[in-house]
Design a protein. Structure first.
Lengths: 530, 322
């Protein structure tokens, strides 16, 4: 089993889980999901399951400890005289903080060791080399358990929410274990919050006809995005990025467009499969995408792309940093000189820097990922700082910033900038990414398109045609969704023959035009690698 | 909606879907096995166009087979007929399918399984996907929409193409192997995945059911074979009571020169290596299994024609080398 769109998952694993789940009594159903989740993890990562088990048990124990400290504090506060209450609060908070720090240290410690130690050691060795000192430390290599970057963030949010009192610590280990391991979201998210998932996961409701059909529809739509578009573009993307700047600027632009499409279709398609799968079991997972390429600014783009990662960073990094004492002081001290717009922006910028450094690093241990994060940080900061003069200038020249042509211009500009970031993201190194962008901007030519080279780079004219048709289909669906039209409800309202014809057409579209089977290499999901 | 209604709806929906898939399968499935037919495993499955019951020996296995065993040379030297039902990176479920294909039209006296594929891993998903492709051609041939012509749908079916080299792939490239001894003595065993063992057994059973003699073979490969694998296969052969011949242990008798007889650093043999293996193996099979000599028999005229073409191709490639 390599992905949610793979044959074994969709035609063996998922149907088997559905049947067993439905046959079990309500109380046992959450256990079926838990067993299926661990089996899913084991089938991919084998014995590395111990990492997930350790994380689950540790946050369970620490969460309970945090709760107990809170209960102790409340009991003491009830009987304590007023002048001692503050000291009691402080003492309890100190203890809770220690437990929270231990929990975070354990979770991040594992993630840092497995995912980042190689990168840090490599860079340290490089530094030593520059000082002409023979590197002493061998670069460690670890096999990563599947989804570690995702479930670690879930563990972090659970502990922090318990500490903050946003949620109560879970008394049942099995419920917390299911939250941490729920198989649809295990590999690529969405990064869920405990308070949104706990009740749903333990409900054990029957699978209804509505859930099943809506879930399958969503899976099917995701398959079109992933198997027909993303996987078909893969050979072209691989060829262009493997060859780096060996091709002209026109093809570098194709690389930008193709990889941006591939990544969006791959990730959002997989999310459709994930959310559709959860929907079959009556579980509503948070959406991760909201048509990001309709965004007019980079900030808006990140509110619509990988939403759960964005909100995680907002809640657990951006707010704590921007609301920290020194930041408040900074805002206060600069308010007079910078005014009420730019003064809070300064603290926000510091917080944003932290967010984007971590966001880049979360995606992978490499300078290109850090470069990707910094690229978006700079674009967002620039957007924030130039907003007042741009608004002023637009007003002066009488530009309607809500007019359709201006909005389309903003969308295309945002998409292009995002694409530039994606080139850095996909490149084998930061240097290669920058070089590719340089080639694209300085030696742009349509020569390779005109002389047909484009159609010899892993995909031919037929592939381009079918990718174009599928992209047009996704665009049409996205425009309808953007206008608030609920397509699935619309289809559900049609008569059976019409409805079935639509479903059959969608299935056959995937089966016939999907990039799978003979002549295609299996493709690992991009985000599962993070 | 009652449970009964849901069941009826689901059954009707999936029946309709199956009919759609069958219809599309009919449309996309190749209507022949000619050059531009898109027929999968065309060389290996070319055996379907051989005259009924004219193939004496079927060789099964991965690329080691089509690189090392030349049926035309065996015909020329020994007079019995054989065919390489081999594909690159073959998985054992493919091997079983190829055996079934071969037995549709042939009743060979001997099936030889080259065992390099015996350790190649595959998943249940791959088995399921392969099975689906066997019954619904759309899963195998869905990509044919790219070059299909409407006329194909209504034209005659033509599965009369067979490989002139009988599955063998002629390659005169030379890329020397290292001097490493790949058959260092060892009493250890290489684990064979359960699924693989099951398919090995199924292939053997299929031969038994059809009263065909069965043997195991390892062709020389410095990169792919070692003593641990040999021990596992030797133990299996002993348990089954079938012959096993490992040509990696007979390098001296074969006189394989890893500097000149391999095309890719010891992974596969080239034509020069194949000549040696074919000569040795042909003699061994002829002697051990009492295989008939069809040379001069009018029924086998086509084999002589193929032999002439085989030599022509060798001459062309040899001239290019010079």
């Amino acid at each position: 089993m390599t992905s949610y769109c793979s044959f074994p998952f969709l035609f063996l694993f998922l149907p088997a889980v559905i049947v067993v789940y439905q046959l079990m009594p309500e109380k046992k159903r959450p256990y079926v999901l838990l067993a299926a989740s661990y089996l899913f993890f084991w089938l991919i990562s084998g014995t590395l399951l111990v990492f997930l088990l350790f994380t689950t048990v540790s946050i369970y124990s620490i969460g309970k400890r945090l709760d107990r400290e809170g209960e102790k504090r409340d009991a003491l506060l009830k009987t304590a005289p007023r002048d001692e209450k503050k000291a009691i609060r402080q003492l309890c908070q100190k203890k809770q903080r220690r437990w929270l720090a231990l929990g975070i240290f354990l979770q991040l410690g594992i993630l840092l060791t497995i995912k980042y130690s190689g990168f840090f050691v490599e860079n340290m060795n490089q530094l030593l080399k520059w000082q002409q000192i023979e590197p002493l430390i061998k670069v460690p290599q670890f096999v990563m358990p599947i989804g570690i970057s995702f479930y670690t963030l879930q563990a972090f949010s659970y502990l922090t929410d318990v500490y903050r009192g946003v949620t109560k610590a879970e008394p049942k280990l099995s419920r917390l274990a299911l939250y941490m391991s729920f198989f649809p979201g295990l590999m690529e998210g969405p990064i869920c919050r405990y308070r949104d998932m706990a009740e749903q996961l333990s409900a054990g409701g029957k699978i209804t006809y509505h859930q099943l059909t809506y879930g399958v529809q969503r899976i099917l739509y995701g398959m079109i995005k992933k198997v027909v578009i993303a996987d078909r573009l893969n050979p072209l993307v691989q060829e262009l990025f493997d060859s780096g700047t060996a091709y002209d600027g026109g093809l570098m632009f194709v690389a930008l467009f193709a990889f941006t499409c591939q990544e969006y279709m791959e990730f959002s398609g997989t999310m459709d499969v994930v959310i559709g799968t959860a929907q079959i079991f009556g579980i509503k997972m948070q959406e991760n995408f909201e048509r990001p390429f309709f965004s007019r600014t980079i900030s808006e783009f990140w509110r619509r792309w990988h939403i759960t990662l964005g909100t995680w960073f907002k809640d657990y990094i951006f707010y704590p940093v921007s609301m920290a004492g020194p930041m408040k002081k900074l805002t206060k001290n600069t308010r007079k000189s910078l005014g009420s717009y730019y003064s809070p922006l300064l603290a926000g910028t510091v917080a944003l820097f932290c967010v984007w450094s971590l966001n880049g690093l979360w995606h992978g241990a490499g300078w290109n990922y850090i470069g990707f994060g910094m690229f978006h940080f700079m674009l967002i900061v620039l957007g924030n700082f130039v907003e007042p003069p741009v608004a002023w200038a637009a007003e002066k020249i009488g530009l309607n910033r809500d007019s359709v042509p201006w909005r389309i211009f903003q969308m295309l500009r945002t998409a292009f900038l995002v694409g530039m970031g994606e080139v850095i993201f996909r490149a084998s190194s930061l240097h290669q990414g920058v070089q590719m962008l340089k080639t694209m901007l300085t030696s742009f030519t349509l020569g390779s398109v005109k002389n047909g080279t484009l159609f010899t780079l892993g995909i031919d004219r037929h592939d381009f045609l079918i990718t174009g048709v599928a992209l047009f289909l996704v665009l049409a669906v996205s425009i309808l969704q953007e206008r608030g039209i609920k397509i699935r409800d619309y289809i559900a309202g049609r008569k059976t023959p019409v409805r079935w014809m639509i479903y059959y057409s969608a299935v056959l579209f995937v089966v016939v035009f999907g990039a799978y089977g003979n002549g295609y290499l299996p493709i690992d999901p991009i985000y599962a690698g993070f | 909606m009652t449970r009964k209604e849901i069941c009826i709806r689901c059954t009707a929906f999936f029946t309709g879907l199956l009919l759609c898939l069958l219809a599309v399968s009919y449309i996309v499935a190749p209507k022949g096995n000619g050059e531009h037919s898109g027929f999968i495993y065309r060389d290996a499955k070319g055996i379907i166009a051989e005259k009924k019951n004219t193939v004496d020996v079927v060789f099964l296995g991965d690329s080691e087979v089509y690189s090392s065993i030349s049926p035309m040379q065996m015909w020329e030297e020994q007079g019995f007929t054989s065919y390489d039902c081999s594909t690159g990176g073959q998985l054992l479920f493919d091997t079983l399918e190829l055996l079934n294909t071969a037995l549709e039209n042939q009743h060979p006296k001997l099936v030889v399984l080259e065992v390099n594929a015996a350790f190649r891993q595959f998943s249940l998903g791959e088995i399921a996907y392969n099975k689906a492709g066997e019954y619904l051609a759309v899963f195998r041939y869905h990509d044919r929409w790219k070059w299909m012509k409407l006329s194909e749908l209504f034209g005659p079916r033509d599965f009369n193409w067979t490989s002139e080299m009988k599955g063998f792939r002629l390659n005169l490239d030379t890329n020397a192997a290292s001097h490493k001894n790949h058959m260092k003595a060892s009493d250890k065993f290489k684990d064979m995945p359960q699924k693989n063992a099951w398919y090995m057994e199924a292939i053997k059973k299929k031969c038994e059911e059809n009263q065909i003699q069965f043997m195991l073979l390892s062709t020389p490969s410095r990169q792919n074979w070692n003593m641990k694998k040999h021990n596992t296969i030797a133990a299996m052969a002993e348990e089954w009571g079938v012959p096993y011949i490992d040509l990696n242990l007979k390098e001296k008798e074969l006189d394989v020169d890893w500097q000149t007889d391999t095309k890719d650093k010891g992974d596969h043999l080239n034509y020069f290596g194949a000549q040696k293996v074919t000569s040795y193996l042909g003699g061994y099979l002829k002697e051990t299994y009492d295989l008939p000599d069809h040379r001069g028999d009018a029924e086998y005229d086509s084999w002589d024609k193929c032999l002439r073409k085989y030599h022509e191709q060798i001459d062309v490639l040899t001239a290019k080398l010079k």
